[in-house]
Design a protein around this ligand. Structure first.
Ligand code: SDX
Length: 432
């Protein structure tokens, strides 16, 4: 970050303050307001942080107007097409694409952390079988610090690295266990001869009664879906992880906080909500009715999978996801999936509608993902769990960056107080 010599001047009553303007590698400059309250006695006000940069970061960059997403400078389209999730995970964590030796060492490091403490199996027993798997994920991941206390010292770079590897490696195992528990099937141990995506499909869909070989097309699609969800700047769940981490909380607790935030239907829960919405719409002839509902200010209904805080153009991930959708459904002989046809009709109508055009509402990463995952055999309730599995590497990369940032301090926003002015206590016998 560089001070570019430019300053922003602000007059507040009789006071006039100057604030440095800082320049990044890409994207808008920022006005450094850190001294504003000290110099002028006022706060900035930005609910939802629509115009606020919470940190400096080198990991991911989004140009919402151009529909650009870069991970350490590499476009998501190129990573999705030419790379894989293990390599993208290394890139997010270390900042560069790995050479062959670095890749081999990283993959080995992740692979040999995929098993969980055997006693963790008992933890699942406390949940009802019909518990939402995201509720299970919040509980089990939050409990990891009780099992892996030897990697909770956030000031020890080695322990931070071990915790990061453990989280990236164990999330698929725990996610698959959450599914198996809900299905009443036995847990399936990870296999070290399979890659990350293949291993996840194996732990999800293998049963002891017969051999299981991951379908290579589905494994490649799973890998690509993980890559598309890996990181996304300072979104709500990543900001949650950073804020939790800023207090010094252990990494397992921080990631559990991120999982809880991701669950919301306005965020990672949207992929599940898209499928439920498409099933509710049911047929093409009802699309117009729902588009009308989405435009009605008095109706809380929104088109799930549409719109984005940053993208005011097509989400580049949604484009790759749509291509993957056609590939997977074609490979499975489900290219006539009525839900896909319905989704495409919904997209067509929405993108022609003035309301959506004017508000620049385009399909986002969640719009097509659920259709692919459903076709692959995942229950709808597992969709956000898969998002959490993929996003874990982004969360831990951002968490590590936050801890290593010399600027970082505990996050503690202020407020605009609108409550009662100070007043004296009234004993209950004197109250009306
Ligand atoms: C993810 O931040 C990230 O990067 C998130 C994510 C990631 O990778 O981490 O990209 C993943 O969360 C994708 C988003 C998934 N959520 C959904 O698909 C849910 C549906 N979308 C909306 O809830 C909404 O678009 C948000 C939450 C995604 C963005 O909301 P914003 O930026 O706060 O925008 P807004 O709610 O202020 O909407 C602006 C206008 C409003 O109308 P006005 O008040 O200006 O008249 O657009 C309207 C909204 O009513 N609008 C929609 C709409 N989304 C916004 N109207 C109908 N349907 C929608 N989907």
């Amino acid at each position: 970050m560089a001070e570019n010599g430019k300053v922003s001047k602000l007059s507040v009553g009789e006071k006039s303050v100057q604030m440095p303007i800082l320049e990044g590698t890409l994207g808008p400059d920022v006005v450094d307001v850190r001294k504003l309250y000290g110099d002028a006695g006022v706060f900035t006000f930005d609910p939802g942080f629509t115009s606020t940069a919470s940190c400096q970061s080198k990991i991911t960059y989004i140009d919402g107007d151009e529909g650009v997403l870069l991970h350490r400078g590499y476009p998501i389209e190129e990573l999705a097409r030419h790379s894989d999730f293990e390599e993208v995970s290394y890139l997010l964590l270390y900042g560069e694409l790995p050479n062959k030796e670095q890749r081999a060492n990283f993959v080995r490091g992740i692979t040999y952390h995929t098993m969980v403490h055997e006693q963790l199996r008992e933890f699942f027993r406390g949940f009802r079988r019909d518990a939402h798997p995201m509720a299970v994920m919040c509980g089990v991941v939050g409990a990891l610090s009780a099992f892996y206390h030897d990697s909770t010292d956030i000031n020890d770079p080695h322990q931070r690295m071990v915790a990061s590897y453990r989280l990236v490696a164990k999330m698929p195992t725990i996610a698959a266990m959450a599914y198996k528990y809900s299905a009443g099937q036995p847990f399936v141990y990870p296999r070290n001869d399979l890659n990350y995506a293949e291993n996840f499909l194996h732990m999800m869909f293998a049963v002891p009664a017969e051999p299981y070989t991951p379908n290579p097309i589905l494994a490649r699609a799973m890998d690509r879906i993980f890559t598309l969800h890996a990181d996304h700047e300072q979104n709500a769940s990543t900001s949650t992880v950073r804020l939790a981490g800023s207090s010094g909380a252990n990494p397992f607790a921080c990631i559990a906080a991120g999982i809880a935030c991701l669950w919301g239907p306005a965020h990672g829960g949207a992929n599940e909500a898209v499928l439920l919405m498409l099933e509710e719409i049911g047929s093409k002839d009802r699309v117009a009715e729902y588009v009308k509902k989405a435009k009605n200010k008095d109706d809380p209904f929104r088109l799930m999978g549409f719109g984005h805080r940053v993208y005011k153009n097509y989400d580049p991930r949604a484009k790759v996801m749509q291509e993957t959708c056609h590939e997977v459904l074609g490979a499975l002989g489900k290219q006539d999936d009525p839900l896909l046809e319905l989704a495409m009709e919904l997209e067509r109508i929405a993108l022609e509608d003035d309301y959506f055009v004017e508000k620049k509402l385009y399909p986002n990463v969640d719009f097509y993902s659920g259709i692919i995952l459903r076709a692959m055999g995942f229950p709808t309730s597992m969709f956000t769990v898969l998002f959490a599995v993929a996003r874990t590497v982004g969360w831990v990369a951002q968490w590590n960056e936050m801890i290593e940032d010399p600027m970082q301090k505990i996050g503690r926003p202020r407020q605009l107080y609108m409550g009662a002015p100070q007043r004296a206590y009234v004993p209950i016998e004197d109250r009306k």
